[in-house]
Write a protein that binds this ligand. Structure first.
Ligand SMILES: [Zn+2]
Length: 338
């Protein structure tokens, strides 16, 4: 449902529920903005529409922790894992046909965060940002050395109209036995795999690193502060809160939007505290989850409602949004959090 249609249906609702309840509905509905450039399912990086209003940012979830960020006519890729193999839902991104991208930010070097980064960056001659191990991995996969930019805890990088601050975060804890048992679910409850499936997935899994230091030294939290003061935090894995996360949050103050991963544990009771602790640190006005969707053979789709209910209890002022793959979301950045 578009925001415009939502507004229309809210008018009807107001007649039934009265002004007090209506105020809370409109406060939430006002967070996303309808604009002709903020419609459609074609990613901006693939040539889809972009907002013309320079006071808007557009975000589009493209599965796992991939988001595209559109700001002032530039498209920034947050993670790059688009060609996910035949058994995953499509993202609408064909890496060899990406036509707009100004830079790629990679949260960490696992394949499900960077498998398409190198060919896109190489063809378009755009910079790739990540931890040392991420950039080393990208170079080993063919990234020209001039395009790799290492970011560390406490770094600040300036872009046209925005500043990017980085912090050393920590990857989620993964219990190998839980992952093994979870993988069995796919054997029990899905069509038999073909040799083509396996070959495609093996190739994608090789486009990243499984080194243990990715967990402790290779996961970066990014904060984008636009020139209006509006702040967007993006964290593509949900491990324990680090000193770096806290220092970044202290520097920023409350975020306007936080995109934080909700994955690692398939049981909500176990996963919620990790993501919730990070949400509490960054105190966003708007929360968007990431990584909670299926990766065939590894992760099942996690319902976000238990997490959203926990956020509702802990941070009643935070709006939670369940994004859909490929749907554009625009936000007015003129009124940042105080
Ligand atoms: Zn990972």
């Amino acid at each position: 449902m578009s925001s415009r249609r939502l507004s229309g249906s809210l008018v009807g609702l107001a007649l039934m529920v009265g002004p007090a309840l209506m105020a809370s509905f409109t406060a939430h509905a006002a967070q996303t903005v309808a604009e002709v450039g903020c419609t459609g399912l074609v990613p901006a990086m693939m040539g889809g529409p972009m907002p013309t209003d320079r006071n808007l940012i557009m975000l589009r979830w493209l599965s796992t922790a991939n988001y595209e960020l559109v700001y002032h006519g530039q498209v920034y890729l947050l993670d790059a894992y688009f060609d996910r193999g035949p058994r995953n839902r499509p993202t609408g991104v064909v890496p060899s046909q990406v036509q707009r991208a100004a830079a790629i930010f990679i949260g960490h070097a696992h394949f499900d965060h960077m498998s398409d980064a190198v060919p896109i960056a190489q063809r378009m001659r755009i910079p790739v940002y990540g931890a040392q191990i991420t950039i080393d991995t990208a170079r080993s996969l063919g990234l020209p050395s001039g395009l790799g930019h290492v970011v560390k805890d406490g770094d600040t990088v300036r872009f046209p109209g925005m500043t990017v601050d980085t912090a050393l975060a920590r990857h989620s804890s993964l219990n190998p036995e839980v992952l093994r048992q979870l993988g069995k679910l796919f054997d029990l409850d899905a069509r038999p795999e073909t040799s083509d499936d396996l070959a495609a997935e093996k190739k994608i899994r090789a486009e990243g690193s499984f080194a243990p230091e990715v967990i402790t030294q290779g996961t970066i939290a990014y904060a984008f502060t636009f020139d209006t003061g509006f702040k967007l935090v993006w964290l593509d894995s949900a491990g324990p809160v680090t000193a770096g996360d806290r220092a970044l949050a202290d520097k920023l103050g409350p975020a306007d939007i936080a995109i934080i991963a909700y994955q690692g544990h398939p049981v909500a009771e176990t996963q919620i505290p990790y993501t919730l602790d990070l949400v509490k640190v960054f105190r966003p006005r708007i929360f968007l989850p990431a990584h909670h969707d299926e990766i065939f053979g590894a992760f099942v789709d996690l319902g976000v409602e238990p997490l959203f209910e926990a956020i509702q209890e802990a941070l009643p002022g935070t709006q939670t949004i369940a994004p859909l793959h490929r749907r554009a979301m625009c936000f007015d950045i003129r009124k940042p959090a105080p």
